[in-house]
Ligand binder design. Structure first.
Ligand SMILES: CC(C)(COP(=O)(O)OP(=O)(O)OC[C@H]1O[C@@H](n2cnc3c(N)ncnc32)[C@H](O)[C@@H]1OP(=O)(O)O)[C@@H](O)C(=O)NCCC(=O)NCCS
Length: 234
């Protein structure tokens, strides 16, 4: 490793330590080497879904194929092939606009969902939705846009007959957790892997011990739980 690369890594580690604390640096180091995990938050769609007002005017719609270039400008780090993979697999993207431009977007998957950070796939029951890749433009953060939008999406899927919503988030992502908790999902399970060179052992475990929730079977790892699995590339 060159000295420059080492210095860049150290600089990044100091920034994370300063902004997010030592625990975050530790889990980021593990994430780059032997261990990754995400917290899965879940919510039933039965009952009322409380309105969460956003602090800017917003309109919400499904991304149209004619708006793909606009989406790619909004998320300029997105790989075009990945975007088409999502659409071809039947995933849909909801966008929120504030007086014209897209300021927030989030994706939804049914039946199967690919979790890029863990390079694994999950299977969902027929009445479940997996929400992912929520993003608010940096200049619009802290205005309740993500929870407002999540709330509208929950209503949309509840009205379409779905009963469960899942979303995965890094436990160190405070902004992500705060936005989600406002919209109602609560910690459900931890999904992740332990890696030794090219081998990974995946796990899906309950937060804080045993569980006997009717939702336990609604979300599962697509590969056999606990198997030693070779790294998958997609
Ligand atoms: C997570 C994210 C989608 C939240 O969107 P949002 O529209 O800002 O949501 P909220 O307005 O509810 O703010 C959520 C939290 O962000 C933090 N926040 C507030 N102002 C902020 C700002 N100007 N910049 C960054 N974060 C801010 C606060 O912790 C806030 O929680 P609080 O309102 O309880 O204090 C957004 O921060 C984002 O796009 N982050 C990068 C991508 C990401 O992490 N996605 C989440 C994957 S689950």
């Amino acid at each position: 490793m060159s000295t420059l690369k080492l210095l860049l890594i150290l600089k990044r580690a100091c920034k994370v330590f300063w902004e997010e604390g030592g625990k975050s640096v530790w889990f980021k180091m593990l994430g780059e080497t032997v261990y990754r995990r995400l917290l899965i938050m879940a919510r039933h769609l039965d009952g009322d879904i409380t309105e969460i007002p956003a602090r800017v005017p917003l309109t919400m719609e499904l991304l149209k194929t004619t708006e793909i270039d606009e989406y790619l400008a909004f998320r300029n780090e997105t790989d075009t092939a990945e975007l088409y993979r999502r659409l071809n697999e039947g995933n849909c993207c909801f966008v929120a606009r504030s007086e014209g431009p897209i300021v927030h977007a989030v994706w939804a998957a049914r039946r199967r969902a690919w979790i890029d950070y863990l390079s694994c796939e999950i299977q969902l029951g027929p009445d479940a939705i997996y929400i992912y890749d929520s993003f608010t433009s940096p200049g619009f953060r802290g205005k309740n846009i993500a929870p407002f939008h999540a709330n509208k999406i929950l209503q949309y899927f509840r009205d379409a007959g779905y009963r469960h919503i899942f979303v995965a988030v890094l436990p160190e992502n405070k902004a992500g957790l705060n936005a989600l908790e406002k919209a109602g999902p609560r910690p459900f399970k931890i999904i992740g892997y332990v890696r030794i060179f090219f081998w990974r052992r995946y796990f899906l475990r309950v937060v804080g011990g045993c569980s006997n929730s009717p939702m336990d079977t609604v979300l599962q790892l697509a590969s056999k739980k606990g198997d030693w699995t070779t790294c998958r590339a997609k």
